[in-house]
Design a protein around this ligand. Structure first.
Ligand code: RP5
Length: 175
């Protein structure tokens, strides 16, 4: 059974299918942590009624965290946060002529009272959004918390391996 077949705990939404190549990183990370999710396209501008409905029903449908990705004048995460009390993580997309700086500022600069936890632009942000969602869920789910510890151990191991390779090259005089 894939993470998408179980009852979703995380809702990933994005403004357009052009955001999917980036947001696939979020789905990969959630699958690694065994967290069920749903993935949808909706827009604060192009489908405002659908976006409103999604946000207002999220808590009742069992979602615990939402990840909202959008590019350009990126209102999607803020609109979601305005209409739900579950945590909303925003991922700015670099799809515009400004390469995501516009989306970053639109997503992060929420007025006081309606927070959006804003990640980095594009793939790093998509990955981190999923890890951040796992950290929220891991507070009350020991299996996810364990996977988060393993994730950090993997990162450390990868760096140690790179360092060992570098040292070997230096020893051979090839670096
Ligand atoms: C935003 O506009 C989307 O999130 C996307 O990043 C950007 C461009 O959308 P398309 O014109 O490719 O549909 O709403």
């Amino acid at each position: 059974m894939s993470a998408q077949d179980k009852k979703a705990l995380v809702g990933i939404i994005m403004g357009s299918d052009s955001d999917l190549p980036m947001m696939a990183e979020a789905t990969k990370a959630l699958e690694k942590f065994g967290i069920p999710y749903e993935l949808e396209i909706m827009s604060a501008h192009r489908t405002p009624a659908r976006a409103h409905e999604y946000a207002t029903t999220a808590l009742g449908r069992g979602l615990k965290v939402m990840i909202a990705a959008a590019g350009a004048a990126a209102h999607l995460a803020g609109v979601m946060a305005a209409n739900t009390t579950i945590p909303v993580i925003g991922v700015p997309m670099g799809t515009s002529s400004l390469n995501g700086l516009d989306a970053l500022l639109s997503t992060v600069q929420m007025p006081g009272g309606i927070p959006v936890a804003t990640m980095a632009i594009d793939k790093a942000g998509a990955t981190n959004a999923a890890i951040f969602a796992a950290e929220i869920l891991g507070l009350s789910d020991p299996a996810i918390a364990k996977k988060l510890v393993e994730h950090k151990e993997e990162l450390a191991k990868a760096v140690d391996e790179k360092n060992a390779k570098l040292k070997a090259k230096l020893a051979e005089g090839k670096a």
